[in-house]
Design a protein around this ligand. Structure first.
Ligand SMILES: [Zn+2]
Length: 175
C-alpha cells in the first residue's frame, strides 16, 4: 500500500520538474559570462530575427580575429562536438541542469583535450574563432546560439532563445 503511494509521488514530481525548471530562478542564462574576453556592447548586434541564406538566423554573430579564444559562457558539460556543413566545427554545451544548450559554431578548432562528456567551468577556453562551415573566410566570427532543451534533452533538438539580451547583461556585469 505505502509502496503504491510512493510510486505515485515519484511520478508527480517527474511530471512537474520539466515544467518548473525553465520558469524558475535556475536559468543559466542569468549566469552567463561573455564567450569572448573584453567584449564591448558595440561588438554586439541583435541579428536573431535576420534571415541568413534562407533561414531565420536565431543566433548572434560576434566578429573577432581568427584564433581568438572562445570561453564557455556557463559551467556545464560538453555534450557534442560536431562537424556540420553550415556550422563547421561546432560545440553543443549543456548547462548543469540540462535546461539550456549553448552552441558555438564556425570554430577554427577546439581547445586541446576538449572531448564529449567533459565538464567545463564558466570561462574555460573551449575553442577558437574561425570561419569553418559556411562562414566567409574573410570574416571569421563566433556564431553563438542558445536552445531550450525539451524534457528528452537531445542536443540536436531545442527551441532557439535569443542570446542577445543575456549577452548584453553579461557584458554590462563586466566579466
Ligand atoms: Zn551566424
Amino acid at each position: 500500500m505505502s509502496g503504491a503511494i510512493g510510486l505515485r509521488l515519484c511520478v508527480c514530481i517527474a511530471l512537474l520538474l520539466p515544467a518548473f525548471l525553465p520558469a524558475g530562478t535556475t536559468s543559466s542564462i542569468l549566469d552567463m559570462t561573455p564567450p569572448i574576453s573584453r567584449l564591448a556592447l558595440a561588438d554586439l548586434r541583435d541579428t536573431f530575427e535576420e534571415v541568413h541564406s534562407g533561414h531565420r538566423h536565431e543566433a548572434i554573430d560576434i566578429l573577432e580575429p581568427r584564433r581568438t579564444p572562445v570561453h564557455a559562457v556557463v559551467s556545464g558539460t560538453i555534450r557534442k562536438l560536431f562537424l556540420s556543413n553550415p556550422g563547421g566545427n561546432t560545440i553543443y554545451q549543456f548547462d548543469d541542469v540540462g535546461v539550456y544548450c549553448y552552441y558555438y559554431a564556425h570554430l577554427d578548432g577546439y581547445a586541446e583535450g576538449l572531448r564529449e562528456g567533459m565538464r567545463v567551468e564558466r570561462g574555460d577556453i573551449i575553442g577558437y574563432v574561425g570561419s569553418t562551415g559556411n562562414a566567409d573566410a574573410r570574416t571569421p566570427h563566433l556564431h553563438f546560439a542558445i536552445f531550450e532543451l525539451g524534457p528528452e534533452r537531445l542536443w540536436w533538438k531545442g527551441k532557439a532563445v535569443n542570446p542577445y539580451p543575456g549577452l548584453v547583461d553579461a557584458v554590462k556585469r563586466g566579466n
